[in-house]
Write a protein that binds this ligand. Sequence first.
Ligand code: C2E
Ligand code: CA
Ligand code: CA
Length: 639
Amino acid sequence: MIARVGKQNAVLIPILVLFGINMVLSAINITHWMARDNFRSFSESTASDMVQQLKPRAIAAAASLPSGATLAETRRAFDGALLSGTVVAYDLFDLDGRFILFSSLQPDGSPSSDVQIVGGRDRFSGSGPTGRYSHAEFVIPENGSDAGHLRIYIDQSNALELFYATHKNFAIISALFLAAALSLLIYVVWSRLKEQWQAESRIRHLAHYDGLTDLPKRELFFDNLSYAMSRLEDDRTVIALLCLDIDNFKQINDAMGHATGDALLKQFAERLQDNTRKSDFLCRLGGDEFAVALRGLKSAEKILPFANRLCRTLGKPYTVDGHEIATTVSIGVAMAPMDSQDAPALLKCADLALYRSKSEGRNTVRFFEDEMDVAFQRRLQLGQELKSAIDANQFVLYYQRQYDMKTGRLTGYEALVRWAHPTKGIIAPDQFIPVAEETGLIIPLSQWILHRACTDAKAWEKDRKVAINLSPLQFMAGNVVDLVVATLKRTGFPASRLELEITESLLMSNTPRVTKELGKLKQMGVHIVLDDFGTGYSSLSYLASFPFDKIKIDRSFIGNLKSNPMADVIVRAIISLGHDLDMTITAEGVETKEQEAILRSWGCDQGQGYLYGRPTAQTSAKPAGKNKAAVAYPSLSTA
Ligand code: C2E
Ligand code: CA
Ligand code: CA
């Protein structure tokens, strides 16, 4: 629509140009015509003036001629009477129009033989035979009757030149004036149209290209990819579709601001362009997700080394406003025609491969396998079932003991959720917590867990604590403090016996807000625990960013004690640093007496693991006071 309006307006320009040329030519014609007209009236009036002057002299010359005068005498008499100044020639005729005599000089160098003398009247004419002369005829009387006609020629060359010079100047000035006015008009119209065209072309560009990175958008990418895929059989080539996702982009965006996030995305897109061929199709699928379609590949062999190289190159630090930003990238790859022959389905395959590379620790490349689709369908189904599981109250809490390593005293329990599925049996949290996080169901689930754990723990002995795992998503929902306050109030459970376990990934995102909320919880007397320490980014700066009450060393280090010297070094360093910061150290996944002995010798405070007991539905704690069965738990959907 916009383009049509633009084209209609564009027709204006040639019309204006033609109109302008026409105007200039008309101006020249009009001035030319005016000059001719003016010249004609001027010639007539000068001819008439001349007749007034010369007629008496001609009559006198005729009268002075002797009777029977020769032609030479007559010519001499008329030459003397008439030829002077601007009168350059004359012709004398008898009353019947017959030629009697002509001056010694004709204006065009020849006698005028075609003259029709009508007799009895003086006549004036504006232009002579060559256009530069005017002529006038008058009757010469003799003895009271007409004796003959005399025609005089007046040279108007100077007048004509003057008229034409004036006309030329006038024509030039009018043409210049018109040309200037028209140029201005064309310029105004043109610049308006140009603006419109530029806006239209920008709109057209933005419809197909991403405004931030200038990479093609999904629709254009799919058009190109579909076309390339339709030609695969003819070309006998394969296409590799790579889906790329910047790891932890959300955290970077939240922590450093959107402007930095945008600058990072731009640099990422540039680096992606620099490291692919011109013939490859690139796309920003949205957010921090990009795609590359590698075309014209003769075989699939070189794709893995290429994707690995791309993963390393794109995972190198970026510099934004002088700050170095470290990030990594996850890549999922699908191949056409092997994995799919249809562009949207191929993208889904690459996406599933990307999901796998994310869930397997990020910063890596994964190729699509059929089994991924099965896993995806399972997750999808799980997500749907999870919703009804919450309504149907199908979750239970298991508790795992935590011991004081020095005294051997039971200090408390960690609450670990299980899904008691009606047909599949007990499902471990690793299977459904990620799905609950993806679907947002983690919020009502966590509310129930907190309420249930506080209610259960209230029945335990007074010195036993309960530890609850918090999902980072709860902090994003922004209601953790309110929820804890409300739950403690509702259950009457003391804040000092509640431990909340968070992971480093939470601290990476939105640090100031999270730190503030953690601070409020700590002020209430709740203990804040840093879980799984040593995995993920393990930045020691996180330890200094918040005064944690406790650090839990990840079980992967404990399992490697004495078999991996690095694990020993790290565990000792965490214990020593934690103690310097006045934090309690708990070792997770303690399975053997030997591990316990080593940890104790290094000064570790607490232990948790199969050595002390697996998570179970029942604690060994005796209900304090009331009968446990009498405790009313809120339903999952209302907690
Ligand atoms: P986590 O917080 O690190 O929990 C400890 C996990 O280690 C538990 O797995 C526990 O069964 C396991 N474990 C304990 N001792 C040993 C041991 O000696 N050896 C080995 N190999 N493993 C041991 P679980 O219960 O399957 O929980 C897995 C993860 O699921 C938890 O890791 C936690 O991140 C998450 N999770 C569990 N319950 C909840 C919950 O209520 N809310 C949230 N948001 N996450 C939860
Ligand atoms: Ca935990
Ligand atoms: Ca843990």
